[in-house]
Structure formats: C-alpha cells, structure tokens
Design a protein around this ligand. Structure first.
Ligand SMILES: Nc1ncnc2c1ncn2[C@@H]1O[C@H](COP(=O)(O)OP(=O)(O)O)[C@@H](O)[C@H]1O
Ligand SMILES: [Mg+2]
Length: 263
C-alpha cells in the first residue's frame, strides 16, 4: 500500500542544513496497522507528512496504492503530484493529529460534512454519509453540539469521522492520543482498530509509546535520529529485538507505567 524508497529530507534553515530523514526505506502492506515509534525529534512527523506531501521530500520515492506521488532519484524520471491530482490523492489519505483542529464555529455534523462539501457531494447523500460516520464514532447524539461542548476524546472522534468521510484507503495518525488519558486513549485505539477491521483501512500510527504499538499494531518500525533502525512483525520485534533503542522504548514504558503488557 505504501512503498518508501531512499527517502531523505533536509530542512534548509538559512546557513544550517538539518538532515531529518536519511535514506528511509519502508513498506506498509494493505490493511496493516503499522506503528512508527521513536523519541521526540526522531523525524516521525516529518516522515508521515512526506507520505501525503504535506512536506516535500528532498529525495527518494513514495508510492501509495500503486500511484507514484514523488520520485527524485539519480538516473530516474522525477515525479511530483500537483494540482488536481494532488487533491484527488489527498482524498484517499486521511490524517489525524494530536490536536483535532476542528472548526469551532461549526457543529459536529458540519465539521464531519466539511470534506464532503469540498468534494462536491450531493446534499442528501452527504447527510446520510454524515449520519453513518457519527454512528461509527459513537457521536450520533452530539450532532448539533459545537467542539467547545465536547471532551478531548469526543473531539478526537469527530476528527476521525472527518478523516474517514471520503473513505480513504490510508489513515495517517500522528500521536492522536498523546493529549488523552489512558482510558480514553484505549477507547480511541479500539475505534481505530474497529475501523481497520471493518473497512480494511491501512493505518499508520506514529507514537512515542510502546503501549500503543502493543495494543493495536501488527507491525512496527523504530526510528532513531533520521533512520529506521528496527522493523518487523510486532511479536518478533518485541520479543527478539536486540536493537538498543527498541529495548529502551520497551523498558521505558515498563518503568513508567509499571505494566508489563502482553509481552
Ligand atoms: N519545518 C521545519 N523546519 C526546520 N526543522 C524542522 C521542521 N520541522 C521539523 N524540524 C526538525 O526536524 C526534526 C524532526 O522533527 P519531527 O519530524 O517533528 O520529529 P518527531 O515527530 O519525531 O518528534 C526536529 O529536529 C525538528 O526540529
Ligand atoms: Mg511529531
């Protein structure tokens, strides 16, 4: 579903260049819930923002669902999606963030309808789709509420419904539960799990917490200072990895929460 080859990203800040991603290779299969874990500043958000071209890569190749969206490699034809093609591509990729970024002047149902309005979906079709989405995220009774009248978890549910409105084949999640407590975090993770099971949506889950990876991911990649240093099936990585940073992320979670999880 997502193939990343030799992806590099260099931020140019005046005279100082900052290499944030260094030759990253990554393959994410259809229907995976793929965790990308690393410490703060490792390059996780930059990586996930390159996938939907919110961030322009410096070099490498990104193929999503059979479409080459970016290529800049020596000796190969350059590709860069733009204009209408880029907009159509973005509709196939949902994204949710730590902060839900809802439109505060719009009700829950009108927030969820927003991407459908932009896509020009006809009104009655839009209404029934919005009703389905509110049911999916468990907010049917909050249709007329405004974001300021919702809890943090409910706001994140609205952003998930909005991201799912155009039925994307991929859902990119950048630390969506980092501002939530453990109980609400688990409810949101369970909702994402249900979405994956029901619609086979490929989910990319960026996090710094191994507990989150353990709860829903089937595969994981560990990113450390610009590079992927470890990757594989979840059980294999958690049980057998000898990579130091992976062990540290596992141990960090244990001491922090006093919880040995399932492994
Ligand atoms: N737009 C930007 N311009 C310059 N540097 C940036 C920009 N965005 C991120 N960075 C830097 O890139 C590095 C990785 O950032 P980020 O991808 O946000 O890491 P993470 O999400 O893993 O915490 C950090 O050192 C950050 O300061
Ligand atoms: Mg980040």
């Amino acid at each position: 579903m997502i193939q990343i080859r030799q992806l590099s990203k260099l931020f140019k800040n005046g005279k100082e260049d900052l290499l944030v991603l260094d030759n990253v290779d990554l393959t994410i299969d259809r229907s995976d819930i793929f965790g990308i874990i690393g410490m703060s500043g490792a390059g996780k958000s930059t990586l996930v923002r390159c996938i939907n071209l919110l961030e322009e890569p410096t070099s490498g190749e990104i193929i999503v669902d059979g479409t080459c969206v970016f290529r800049e490699l020596a000796g190969e034809e350059s590709v860069r999606l733009t204009g209408a093609e880029l907009l159509a591509f973005r509709r196939r990729i949902g994204m949710i963030f730590q902060s839900p970024n809802l439109l505060m002047q719009r009700s829950v149902e009108r927030n969820i309808a927003f991407p459908l309005e932009i896509a020009g979906v006809e009104k009655t079709k839009m209404q029934s789709r919005v009703a389905e989405l509110m049911k999916l995220v468990g907010l049917s009774d909050k249709a007329r509420n405004f974001p300021s009248q919702l809890s943090g978890g409910q706001r994140q549910r609205v952003s998930i419904a909005r991201a799912m409105a155009t039925m994307p084949s991929v859902l990119l999640c950048d630390e969506p539960t980092s501002a939530l407590d453990t109980l609400i975090t688990n409810q949101i993770l369970d909702l994402l799990w249900d979405i994956n099971q029901e619609f086979h949506t490929t989910i990319v889950m960026i996090t710094h917490e191994m507990e989150i990876v353990k709860r829903i991911c089937n595969k994981v990649a560990v990113i450390d200072r610009t590079k992927i240093v470890d990757t594989g099936e979840i059980g294999q990585v958690l049980l057998n990895s000898s990579v130091e940073i992976t062990r540290r992320l596992l141990d960090g979670n244990r001491s922090e929460r006093g919880n040995y999880g399932i492994f």
